[in-house]
Design a protein around this ligand. Structure first.
Ligand SMILES: Cc1cc2nc3c(=O)[nH]c(=O)nc-3n(C[C@H](O)[C@H](O)[C@H](O)COP(=O)(O)OP(=O)(O)OC[C@H]3O[C@@H](n4cnc5c(N)ncnc54)[C@H](O)[C@@H]3O)c2cc1C
Ligand SMILES: *[C@@H]1O[C@H](CO)[C@@H](O)[C@H](O)[C@H]1NC(C)=O
Ligand SMILES: *[C@@H]1O[C@H](CO)[C@@H](O)[C@H](O)[C@H]1NC(C)=O
Ligand SMILES: *[C@@H]1O[C@H](CO)[C@@H](O)[C@H](O)[C@H]1NC(C)=O
Length: 583
């Protein structure tokens, strides 16, 4: 396990599977909020699940509250509002990459929803379920299954909370019905907002399905107040049948437009350096269909931490001193190993015996068994646990209108054809480009059009002043094409700063959103520097422009000093690389 350049992440994960079968456990991820005084309630820091925001700073807050009931939540908001303190909600693990979980300034209040995690009401006949906003997705969908219901769509990672995933418009993949964004299934919300002294400084607002503010509250970035409870429209329990099919990528542009219409939960993983596409053929089947399959994707299982550290060291060596050929070979080995393992899907909860994998919606719709394993003193962990020097990466995601997605994909293929080897290092070739569908929404900060979402994972250096990533221009160019040439929208909960520059102008209902914000929180207590910048309030920009800013994605490179000109060893390297015809 130790050392050799051959140590791959997949090798670690495959070993992990054996390790866990032999009685090992795992440490759950750490809390994002840490307070050193007042018995853990004051002098606080807040970060995200990676322990690092895009600008690598840690946020500060004066104190934290852990309400257990809506009454306590109301009191917490009233207390902050009466003192005119900035406030922000943090969740169990705060997964959003941008600085969404930070209260404004340095002495605000954090309201954690960790203890607001109960089911409030299940109405099986009406297929409605009401839960508190801090409920973790995995707990929520297990409860739906137990009640004979299914939440039709969800993000893929089960560690998110319902309040957090709604706030950033999170989704799975579907073009059918109302599509894959969870907020499409919200039929009611209770939200606590600041209020005048005459009303006790805070009020609970009940938003029914027809309430005019629901379109703003469904995807709120947390700037309207604290969502207390959410009511979701469920469906009768169903099963899904999943088969992965790998094919050449020559017809990917037309397939991007077609695949989502053929399969209710279809998605695609493009492996650009291989010239291959992994099609997820995924359809609803009757609940009586045989099969008890489980989605336990390899990367999201617990891994022995020593292996994670070794895999990262190998990755750093490849980054700094590897050749494209060596990087591509490493990717190919990992991709082949994952394929043999059915990517971690099992037919019966234990082993993979072949496709199709048929199972209940709540066992197929998400993955992430590393999230709720018992504490084992960090002998094993989720792959990205910040307490371990394991994998460290960026995650960008943006959507392009369905009508423009084939042209965007064709442009990415042209870029790939210029230098396929560059894609083995520029992107994390093992996970490829995840391509998913999201439908147009009435939510003010949801998608304006039926869209295709592109999700990219790529290497991140541990040090801010480090060398630029190998072939950094691959992702930078794809990102700029998607956002600028194709008018794409960045995922609110992912991405680096520069992706959000000017994005709010592409939301037709942004004005409506800001009017509700003005009404619910006129003093902007729930707003922060970051939310003001991305929403275009007060004219700030989410980019941080300065020397070397483009290396970290804090700005778009428009001057060579934004990159690393002194480290350029060949033409283009270390400089801004805007290829005419793409950007
Ligand atoms: C490993 C991983 C996998 C992911 N997979 C997907 C995926 O498949 N699809 C997808 O679309 N996204 C995905 N995401 C992104 C994710 O959906 C968003 O980052 C989401 O916002 C995180 O939810 P959270 O509960 O951790 O919330 P946080 O990140 O803690 O919070 C997000 C925002 O919501 C606010 N907020 C949270 N709860 C409340 C509340 N009760 N009231 C008011 N405001 C609130 C917070 O203040 C913050 O502004 C993934 C992220 C990670 C790290
Ligand atoms: C507040 O917390 C910081 C670390 O986040 C610590 O360095 C500092 O000593 C703490 N201050 C007090 C007064 O406890
Ligand atoms: C709520 O969180 C607690 C603490 O983590 C946990 O023990 C409990 O199972 C959760 N409740 C539900 C309904 O998921
Ligand atoms: C890359 O090679 C240089 C020179 O041999 C060495 O100093 C450096 O540590 C290597 N980097 C990694 C990550 O192994």
């Amino acid at each position: 396990m130790e050392g050799g350049t051959g140590t791959s992440l997949l090798a670690v994960l495959l070993l992990a599977a054996g390790f866990l079968l032999h009685g090992g456990s795992s440490s759950p991820p750490p809390e994002p909020v840490i307070c050193t005084r007042g018995g853990g309630t004051s002098n606080c820091t807040v970060t995200n699940t990676y322990g690092s925001f895009p600008d690598r700073t840690i946020c500060r807050a004066a104190n934290v509250a852990y309400p257990r009931t809506e009454q306590e939540l109301l009191a917490a908001v009233a207390s902050a509002a009466s003192a005119k303190h900035k406030v922000k909600v943090a969740t169990r693990h705060s997964h959003s990459l941008p600085k969404l979980a930070c209260p404004g300034g340095r002495d605000g209040t954090i309201i954690s929803t960790v203890r607001l995690n109960r089911t409030v009401r299940v109405d099986a006949a009406a297929r409605l379920m009401t839960v508190e906003s801090g409920m973790v997705l995995w707990d929520l969908i297990e409860a739906t299954g137990a009640a004979g219901l299914s939440l039709p769509h969800s993000p893929y990672w089960r560690g998110l909370t319902i309040g957090g995933l709604l706030a950033t418009g999170a989704h799975g993949s579907s073009l059918w019905g109302k599509g894959s964004a969870v907020h499409e299934y919200v039929v009611g919300m209770r939200i606590v907002t600041p209020a005048p002294a005459s009303q006790g400084f805070a009020v609970v607002r009940e938003l029914g399905a027809d309430h005019p503010a629901l379109d703003a509250a469904m995807v709120s970035l947390g700037v309207l107040g604290v969502v207390s409870q959410v009511t979701l429209a469920m469906q009768p329990l169903f099963k899904r049948s999943v088969t992965f099919v790998k094919r050449g990528d020559a017809d990917l542009p037309p397939q991007v437009a077609a695949w989502g219409r053929l399969h209710e939960f279809g998605d695609m993983t493009w492996l650009p350096q291989e010239g291959q596409v992994l099609y997820r053929q995924d359809d609803r089947v009757d609940v009586s269909s045989p099969g008890d399959g489980l989605n336990d994707l390899l990367f999201f299982r617990s891994s022995p931490t020593r292996g994670l550290v070794a895999a990262r060291a190998a990755e750093e060596r490849l980054q700094e001193n590897g050749t494209d050929a060596a990087r591509c070979a490493a990717v190919r080995t990992d991709v082949a190993a994952a394929e043999r393992q059915g990517y971690g899907y099992t037919n019966d909860g234990v082993s993979f015996t072949g496709y199709p994998v048929v199972g209940y919606q709540h066992r197929i719709q998400t993955f992430g068994s590393c999230i709720d394993s018992p504490e084992d003193g960090l002998r094993s962990a989720c792959a990205w646990d910040p307490r371990v020097r394991g994998p460290f990466f960026y995650n960008s995601a943006f959507s392009v209108a369905l009508s423009r997605a084939p042209a965007f994909v064709a442009d990415m293929q042209r870029l790939r054809d210029l230098d396929p080897g560059a894609f083995c290092a520029g992107l994390d070739g093992r996970v490829g480009v995840l391509i998913r569908y999201v439908r147009a929404s009435s939510a003010c900060l949801g998608k304006a059009d039926d869209s295709v979402d592109f999700d990219l994972i790529y290497y991140r250096s541990r040090s801010a002043g480090g060398k630029p990533r190998a072939h950094a221009d691959v992702v930078d160019e794809i990102e700029q094409m998607a956002l600028r040439k194709y008018g794409g929208l960045p995922h609110w909960g992912k991405n680096r700063n520069s992706a959000f520059d000017g994005a709010i102008a592409r939301y037709p209902k942004a004005g409506e959103f800001l009017r509700v914000k003005e009404k619910y929180d006129p003093d902007g207590l729930f707003s922060s520097e970051w939310s003001d910048q991305v929403l275009g309030v007060n004219g700030g920009s989410p980019s941080i422009v300065g020397k070397r800013c483009a290396i970290e994605g804090l700005c778009v490179c428009s001057d060579d000093s934004h990159c690393a000109p002194e480290q350029g060893t060949s033409a283009g390297q270390g400089r801004c690389t805007q290829r005419p015809g793409f950007a």
